[in-house]
Design a protein around this ligand. Structure first.
Ligand SMILES: [Zn+2]
Length: 150
């Protein structure tokens, strides 16, 4: 596994192993607000585009909006939609409430591959002690590339 990619390090990595992600910030802020209102995992489909940049042969992705499907399961450890992915979906984002570790679970990795997700996001958050600020982080993954958020 490659480590997280920051700034100048990116230039040392074969760009065919990367996917450059941009998104509409208010959309993602909306997801975070929704996630923090419940102790259960929530999920949304990422409506966007993935394309090859003509110049550098780079893979790019942009998220325009989120679609919140009806959920078949939504508990503190699991979330599952009861609808098919809508047209234009390039992946999903889901939350990990109150989990001290960051990153995807094995189930997350497997389902991203099986569902053909190009990109998936995980919004993890936890409160260290009562009254302390919630620690939160959104991480992006791809089944076959390292995601670089632009
Ligand atoms: Zn998960």
């Amino acid at each position: 596994m490659l480590p997280l990619v920051f700034g100048t390090m990116i230039e040392k990595i074969d760009s065919s192993k990367l996917i450059f992600l941009t998104y509409e910030s208010p959309t993602l802020q909306g997801f975070r607000r929704r996630a923090l209102r419940t102790k259960n995992e929530i999920l949304a489909y990422l409506i966007g585009e993935v394309w090859n940049d003509k110049k550098g042969g780079m893979k790019c992705a942009h998220i325009y909006e989120l679609y919140y499907p009806e959920l078949a399961v939504s508990n503190p450890d699991e979330v599952r939609p009861s609808e098919c992915a809508p047209r234009g979906s390039i992946g999903t984002i889901h939350s990990h409430p109150e989990i001290g570790t960051l990153g995807p679970s094995l189930d997350d990795i497997h389902s991203a591959i099986l569902e053909g997700e190009k990109i998936y996001g995980i919004y993890s958050y936890f409160t260290r002690e009562k009254g302390q600020r919630t620690i939160a982080r959104t991480q992006w993954f791809s089944p076959n590339r390292v995601v670089v958020v632009n």
